[in-house]
Design a binder for this molecule. Sequence first.
Ligand code: UDX
Length: 442
Amino acid sequence: MTLNISVIGTGYLGATHAACMAELGFDVLGVDVDPEKIDALSRGELPFHEPGLPELIRKHVDSGRLRFTAEVSEAGSWADVHFICVGTPQVKGGTGADLTYVDAATAGLVESITKDSLVVGKSTVPVGTAARLSRLVAETKKDGLNVSLAWNPEFLREGFAVEDTLRPDRLVVGTGSEADEAVLREVYAEALGRETPWISTDFETAELVKVAANAFLATKISFINAFAEVTENVGGNITTLADAIGFDTRIGRKFLNAGVGFGGGCLPKDIRALQTRVGELGLDHSMKFLDEIDQINLRRRKKAVARAFELLDQDIVGKKIAVLGITFKPLSDDVRDSPGLDVAARLYNAGADVAVFDPEGNPNAAKRYPRLGYVDSLTEAVKDAEVVMLTTEWKEFKALTPADLNDLVASKRFVDARNVLDAKEWESAGWTFTQLGRKFEG
Ligand code: UDX
């Protein structure tokens, strides 16, 4: 008999996990407190952009393997395995993780469970949370039922969420017993059949693997951006430097792209939550370096703004600046902690006439910063611009050539804040072309 699976929380992580579990052949019930979200998902509609996911949801809503409900009790009486996939955002007014949703979802679920089952946390949480929730499950489950908790962090990247969930590069499970591990082996049998590395461990390691991975990735990006601060002053080519060290397989070239830095719903909040958590444990010194990683990253945004000022001889008020790319990365409509959006807002606040174009992100950005000038095409954005700035490396921006813009802009000034264009090509077409990480002589 195949397992019935429930997924609590149908945001980015949950919707992806639910659809992928259905794709693997399980019957899946997605649960969310937001009835509008449930209605939309039941029609196969997705409130965010993720390549391939709407198709997969529609496929399994139609096949009958994927259903959605606002009633957690339906999950409690039906599923054998419950995945907790709710968000853990940065707490308002602080740097730690807000565990309100994880706590409420787990407590509400356990109250409603009426059959033997396994509760599996997937949300990114501070170390110690799984042990605490495991005790909560043991204390509040109905007498006579066999209900326990496991932790199984998720490493999916936005833009590749379906691929990362169906074909993960590793699976990490923190469990309290071999029986619980066996259930998870059944859930992930397909990936295990492909010899996907399986890391079976305790709660603490499982929780820490996730934040350690994100802290390492953030560190790699800020490491190369720290060198960008040096090459910006002494000269040198930051991309060549990254290529050269990246050939050392111990270092690797990935996540060494210098530019306007990292953003999104994970890396920034995860490094802050990790520092906060180790601080609570009296170990501030251990993760102190992450504060510097954060600061290097945030300085990149200021540097991008400063470049626009330099290009305009500090006279920015009323000048049209085209900002290309407002999502925190391509293939996403997510603008959470987006460097491009931050830069656009800073330029606007300094008095510039900012025209923003992003293939997917404008509606979400407009909710956060309604006063920026959002336009529907690249042509509209760059028309009569005094400066063009590339802040997210969408494919169409990476493919830009001087000929595409020469006759549209008011002045040929460019800030390539992601280091993705060929400087020589633009310079020889008469552009004052600058990149972050490259010295600008003015
Ligand atoms: C990240 C982790 O990669 C993923 O494993 C985890 O599950 C969630 O957090 P995601 O937030 O989707 O995924 O984005 P990611 O691809 O890691 O990029 C994060 C940010 O770093 C983006 O803003 C990106 O533009 C930036 N970045 C990435 C760089 O500035 N330079 C690089 O070389 C790579």
